[in-house]
Design a protein around this ligand. Structure first.
Ligand SMILES: Cc1ncc(COP(=O)(O)O)c(C=O)c1O
Length: 423
């Protein structure tokens, strides 16, 4: 073969490879479902960034969860992942559980007022000053903290602090011990540490040991075999129960709460004998993207951020040296530009399909740029939908949640706020 032919062949090959590497057009307009949701938001007069919950899918996710737990364990609702009293109310009604897990002192006061027959377990140990604030702000009602509020304690020092508070307030307090079953985020990690905490609780007349909390999300997050990690975690949990039962004898509480689990792991306990008696989960009921895990394959997203398009342009321009046209030339998914009402949330675009952020233009919490292909027909006042990556913080950023049901926005649910409910 002649040298020239070889060269030309090489060039053509390189051009072909470059073309192969060029991104395809991923753009797709809203499906009928998202068009209907857009109409519902318009119909409800929503005109800014809005957190939407699909009521039917929420209920379906509760049924999915119950299908796994099957009454073998009690179910505790992780309130931080569903941070709206009406949302919690809906889950309480769907699931029949009155057990809540809370992580923030002001929300404990709100939950005690709104759900006077709830059983509340803290998901993290609170500074004793925060516990004191709870009692200061507690305004009575049907909720009895001495029976219905389980403080989480992680060290003998914290036990002593709570013992002093209980004595000072002249009140009984339930003490749940945090145990480390492999996550290594604190709590009793050895038999000696566990016994030291139990002794400290026993020495405090107004503190009453009520069980364990052993959280184990590392089972599915750490590299390696989840079932091996699960079995190791459960061996440690079982050991803690044996040590405490042997130590306390008849003083072991008949109604001990032995809490484990979270959304990523709860399905790993579908079969087998395990030392805990209740499973906590919250996020899987709305399924943000962080929970797109094989262990949650049968849960479906039920929460969306909807935000109006403010501006739509048939080109991409970058201020200064304008590499926008080059970007569009290379990537058909950068042919158009849209600016949205707000942005930069912990969320990823979902519909229309194929929207991209633009790192060269930059992110904005005020007017976020998205690029999309020429196949996407988005006009000002249309809606863009994103999926939150997590619920606990993101849900609090939009005021009232818009509840989508039977093709319309049926309710507006205020979210938890520091001074009360917001909205
Ligand atoms: C102690 C504890 N239990 C359970 C959970 C599970 O919550 P979710 O189901 O929302 O992942 C968490 C989440 O952080 C937690 O800290």
């Amino acid at each position: 073969m002649k040298r020239r032919t070889l060269l030309l062949g090489g060039l053509a090959g390189a051009a072909g490879l470059t073309l192969l590497a060029r991104p395809r057009d991923h753009g797709e307009n809203h499906s009928a479902w998202f068009r209907q949701l857009s109409n519902a938001l318009d119909g409800a007069g929503r005109a800014g960034p809005t957190l939407v919950i699909d009521r039917a899918q929420l209920a379906a996710n509760v049924r999915t969860l119950q299908g796994h737990v099957q009454g073998r364990f009690d179910y505790r609702i992780v309130a931080k992942s569903l941070p709206s009293p009406d949302l919690l109310q809906a889950v309480i009604e769907e699931s029949g559980s009155r057990r809540l897990m809370l992580f923030h002192q002001p929300f404990i006061n709100l939950a005690a007022r709104r759900f006077p027959d709830a059983d509340i377990l803290l998901g993290k140990p609170m500074p004793v000053a925060a516990a004191h604030n709870f009692y200061r702000q507690f305004d009575g009602g049907g909720f009895d903290p001495a029976r219905q509020l389980r403080w989480l304690l992680d060290t003998p020092q914290r036990v002593q602090q709570y013992a002093r508070l209980a004595a000072q307030l002249d009140t009984d307090m339930l003490a749940c011990v945090e145990i480390d079953v492999g996550l290594h985020r604190g709590g009793a990690a050895t038999d000696a540490q566990l016994l030291a905490m139990l002794d400290a609780i026993e020495a405090a007349p107004r503190l009453h040991f009520c069980g364990f909390m052993g959280y184990e999300p590392h089972i599915v997050k750490a590299p390696g075999d989840p079932l091996r990690y699960r079995d190791q975690a459960m061996a440690r949990y079982r050991r803690c129960v044996e040590v405490a039962r042997a130590h306390l004898g008849a003083r072991w509480p008949a109604d001990a709460v032995l809490n484990a689990g979270g959304s990523p792991t709860y399905q790993l306990y579908d079969q087998g004998e395990f030392p805990f008696n209740e499973l906590a989960a919250g996020s899987c009921l709305v399924k943000p993207t962080d929970f797109d895990l094989p262990s949650l394959a049968d849960h479906r997203p039920a929460a969306w951020i909807a935000t109006p398009v403010l501006k739509s342009q048939d080109r991409l321009q970058i201020p200064g040296i304008d590499v926008g046209p080059l970007q569009s030339l290379w990537n058909p998914n950068r042919a158009r530009s849209f600016f949205t009402y707000g942005g930069y949330w912990k969320a990823v675009p979902e519909s229309p399909r194929g929207l991209l952020n633009n790192a060269l233009f930059g992110r904005s919490t005020n007017q976020e740029m998205y690029n999309g292909s020429a196949s996407i027909d988005l006009q000002p006042d249309d809606w863009i939908f994103l999926r939150p990556t997590q619920s606990e913080f993101v849900f609090l950023q939009f005021g009232d949640i818009a509840v989508y049901e039977h093709g319309a926005i049926s309710e507006h649910w205020p979210v938890f706020g520091e001074g009360g409910f917001t909205g």
